[in-house]
Design a protein around this ligand. Structure first.
Ligand code: SF4
Length: 299
């Protein structure tokens, strides 16, 4: 294993991108001037383009895409500043021109984990092969099973089953599921699906409000909390707490970590935001670290 080290007020964080192993040495006291200045993780919307029309999609419908040379330069800068991973989304990242090449360039030029989230319908054996050695983890979006999935996503369920099979041959992968009134009753089936296709993780995402949807309702949020509490998934569970703040007591990934040290997001127009749902941000110019410092402000 080759561990990358990130220093913060939490201690010394060791990370191996090949295995995904994280080790926090929290007894190590780190002087403030030695803290790694980059956030631990950066999500990037490479493009707003996507051929699906999910009602609960929060991606901007304004056509925009990032320049791959800029993204590579930002990745190199982030890597040197202690960032551990970059995760591509969108829109649909596999619709982004030169996506496999960009992943390969970042993987070769940095020690960060390269990950992406996909609907899976563009994956072919050749495309997946072009990502070999260039990515470390993939998230496949599966909202409901069979007819529910097909109604929500407008694509054959067999197609996403085939995508899971292709990803299983590439790297460890997880299943992402938006939890709403349509999918709350299918969590057992989704968890079984995750187990059956060999997923390493099931990430549950309470639906967020958009212009078209109100977000997860209170009753369904309570059902989700009850389902999580029963903990019969059979696969490692990860839960997005956004939308469940009042109902779900969770441990922070790193105790005491400031949210802006944990994660930031760059949208497809090159605006750095605290997270993907944030309404304000700061444009990224030649240096992403300058934008990060500007967004954080004085501490
Ligand atoms: S697949 Fe993802 S990006 Fe595309 S419309 Fe659905 S939620 Fe939005």
């Amino acid at each position: 294993m080759t561990f990358k080290t990130r220093l913060s007020a939490c201690g010394a964080h060791l990370f191996d991108r090949a295995s995904g192993m994280n080790v926090l040495l929290d007894e190590v006291r780190v002087a403030a001037e030695q803290f790694s200045p980059a956030p631990r993780y950066l999500s990037v919307a490479l493009t707003n383009a996507c051929e699906l029309h999910c009602a609960y999609c929060y991606a901007s419908k304004h056509a925009a895409a990032l320049n791959p040379e800029n993204v590579l330069a930002w990745a190199v800068e982030l890597d040197a500043a202690g960032c551990l991973g970059v995760g591509f989304g969108g829109g649909e990242p596999t619709a982004y021109r030169r996506f496999p090449q960009l992943c390969a360039d970042i993987s070769q030029s940095t020690s960060m984990a390269v990950t992406f989230t996909t609907h899976g319908h563009r994956l072919t054996p050749g495309f997946v092969e072009s990502l070999r050695g260039a990515v470390h983890f993939v998230r496949l979006s599966v909202d409901g099973i069979g007819p529910t999935y097909e109604r929500l996503r407008g694509k054959p369920f067999t197609s996403v089953v085939r995508a899971a099979s292709l990803l299983a041959s590439l790297v460890p992968f997880g299943i992402n599921t938006v939890v709403n009134a349509d999918t709350i009753g299918e969590l057992d089936a989704v968890a079984k699906f995750a187990v059956d296709v060999g997923a390493a993780e099931l990430l549950l995402l309470p639906e967020q409000p958009t212009a078209a949807t109100p977000g997860i309702g209170e009753a369904d949020a309570q059902r989700l909390v009850a389902w999580i509490s029963a903990a019969k998934a059979g696969v490692r569970l990860a839960i997005s707490r956004t939308g469940l703040e009042a109902a779900l007591p969770v441990a922070e990934a790193l105790p005491g970590e400031h949210p802006l040290d944990a994660h930031m997001h760059v949208d497809a127009e090159g605006i750095l935001r605290p997270h993907a749902y944030a309404s304000t941000g700061t444009p990224v110019g030649a240096s992403i670290m300058d934008a990060i410092q500007a967004l954080r402000g004085p501490r």
